[in-house]
Design a binder for this molecule. Sequence first.
Ligand SMILES: *Cc1c(COP(=O)(O)O)cnc(C)c1O
Length: 374
Amino acid sequence: MRFETRAIHAGLDSANAARAIVPPVYHSTIYELNEAGKQDDELLYSRLDNPNRRQWEALAASLEGGAAAAAFASGIAAAAAVLQALEPGDHVIFPEDLYSGHRMMITGLMNRWKLETSFTDATNPDAVRAAIRPNTRLIWMETPSNPMLRITDIAAVCELARSRGLLSCVDNTWPTPVNQLPLALGADLVMHSSTKYFGGHSDTLGGLVIAREDGELMERIRFIQRLGGAVPSPQDCWMLARSTRTLAYRMKGHNEHGMMLARFLDTHPAVEAVYYPGLESHPGYGVAARQMQHFGGMISFLVKGDAPLALKVVSGSELIKRATSLGGVESSWEHRLSTEGEGSKTPGNLIRFSVGLEHPEDLKEDLNRALSVI
Ligand SMILES: *Cc1c(COP(=O)(O)O)cnc(C)c1O
């Protein structure tokens, strides 16, 4: 079955009493035990498992082409679970340009628990190879990266990881499985903030880990999910599954508008540079064109001016909301340096733009209005 069909039918369990096509939300935290003290469907207690989480995980695993998925309460909880599955003293290689919240989690939490980490230029597989140490266990990728939209060659880095007996994990939040399938390119794990495009309406937090094979590593991640306890509620799983039914069609719009507005900004006199992997001028274009089906709805760009001017631009729009996060039906943007704060290497004149599903001509008018302060 093809992606659009799986997105609508995978994980749909109509084995409920009323044969409802849309499955109910199972709010119950507990399930009746049989006389032997067990539960026939191995449902016991909602933190450990529940029907809505099962359905959501089955859907997510199907769309990424994985053998198993584990759902979490947020993207950052999913990323933490992957790292907690390693041992103290293990070393992990991260890309230099990484979602800033993830970097804070690593340095403020994981390093304190003796995980060793280094950050390298992931656009260059040789730099990644040079960062490998005897205790390296995992290579982490995020491509396109946040917020610079740098591109990592997933197949090349996964091949490197495999040849050295290392695990590989790709944060696939920005491209989604509509645009990029890391497991098919050789990755062991995919991680998601389902808060973004899966949720798609800026109203639900969630995270996912999806594994190519359901073995010891995934067992460990499920253990952390259940005993660490950062699980999504049944209602959240239901919401995320509901939104994901339309993911393929929302992504068509995000991809089309992203490409259109990246070209528009690229020729705009108030714009100094545009970072979008679908532009032929992007240094990662060749790799992106090979490993991505489409280029997504995220654009970063530099305005001709300084940080105060960039802040003025993001305050000058009427449609585009001034907000962090991304992937909603509504367009939003932010002065990324203000969000990332101290220690950030993001340029002061960079604006990160999540292109929504409004009519692109209305968005162009809004961009012209906001950029007119320059
Ligand atoms: C938002 C985001 C995360 C973190 O996910 P939360 O759901 O906010 O915890 C991780 N990676 C990327 C690329 C993101 O955009």
